[in-house]
Write a protein that binds this ligand. Sequence first.
Ligand SMILES: Cc1cc2nc3c(=O)[nH]c(=O)nc-3n(C[C@H](O)[C@H](O)[C@H](O)COP(=O)(O)OP(=O)(O)OC[C@H]3O[C@@H](n4cnc5c(N)ncnc54)[C@H](O)[C@@H]3O)c2cc1C
Length: 378
Amino acid sequence: MGKIAIIGGGASGMACAVLLARRGQEVTVLERGERLGRKLSATGNGQGNVTNTDMGAEHYFSDDNEKVARLLARFGSGETVRFLESMGGIFLPDGRGRVYPAGRQASAVTDLMRFELARLGVRTLFHAQVGSLSFDRDFFLTYEGGQLHADAVILAAGGRAAPNYGTDGSAYALAQGFGHTVTPCSPVLVQLKCDPASVRGLKGIRADAALSVIRRGETIFGCRGDVLFTESGVSGDAVFRASSYAQAGDELKIDFLPDVPAERLFEVLKDGGENCLLCVVNNGLGRTLFRLAEGEKEKLAALVKGFPLTVTGTLGYAYAQVTRGGIPLAETDDNLMSRLQKGLYFTGEILNVDGECGGYNLQWALTSAYVATEGVLS
Ligand SMILES: Cc1cc2nc3c(=O)[nH]c(=O)nc-3n(C[C@H](O)[C@H](O)[C@H](O)COP(=O)(O)OP(=O)(O)OC[C@H]3O[C@@H](n4cnc5c(N)ncnc54)[C@H](O)[C@@H]3O)c2cc1C
């Protein structure tokens, strides 16, 4: 393969560049921002949750999960750890299977890749937003301040979540120019909005709770984790996980005492007096629940074991970690090459694949990078 252009210097674009340059390819990375891996450096609350030991297609949403399974079988969480450790560092799972760099710094993961790219002498252009991409014998790209010919192009420009890291969805147009479609998109791994009146008095309270998403009376998702009340709804790890499933109109049920059976709680509540929730739940939470229960012990127990909220929406792309939707997998071959334009590959979040919270999205960024580069090299 001759010259390869990679559009986007995020997690998947950097991984593609490393994999190709190690195989002696002539690679140029075009990044619209002033740095590589800006989003990667912010992942996992700054700690960089790069993958998960519990890996499988059931943790993903796409138009073809069988294909996701096949691609994960080629490059899964073990391969991700080996790939990262081939550049340096130690990567370890926590008690929940979430894998982080031992130093717990996402920016250090970016640095590992950055130093490797420098060592390999990969050409990187900054402030190089690609505005047009066409094909006539070879690919022709124009970007702010220049133009470039390439024999293969990897479009690794991300989705539209978290636009402050350079991803506003404008890169979809580069694929659409070749006839590709983009499925309807929505923000996921994001705070859920509820009627502000239903969370009044709870702002700032955090609880380790069991959270269920209920649609038309049926529980469609449940998980255990942090729930944080905000001005307009709920956030926290459990809510981010639930946001992959929830939509406006769904009901959330929060069990603030998941380890305590309802009967035990009921005994502890005794006469249901004002202080009966002391050392049962957070004091501020207890006061609000007591007020809402209007002194009724049964009502109070029900609120502790199943606090109801109705989802009215999400906080939107500006606050979301990931984009649901994108270029359908169906429009790509088994190496993620476009079925409409030979030599054009897609990796990462620009594709119609998103994973649950817990390292699944960076895994997809790296899985797709590996697969696409194998395609380029074949
Ligand atoms: C706050 C936050 C925390 C997260 N935490 C985690 C986590 O812990 N674990 C996890 O698995 N996932 C996490 N994610 C999601 C994960 O970071 C993304 O899914 C992943 O970075 C996507 O990789 P990508 O290479 O496809 O896109 P990105 O990393 O978004 O990179 C795309 C790059 O393309 C550039 N670009 C866009 N358009 C153009 C253009 N026209 N020309 C040139 N360059 C362009 C952008 O500037 C950007 O640098 C988090 C996301 C956020 C926002």
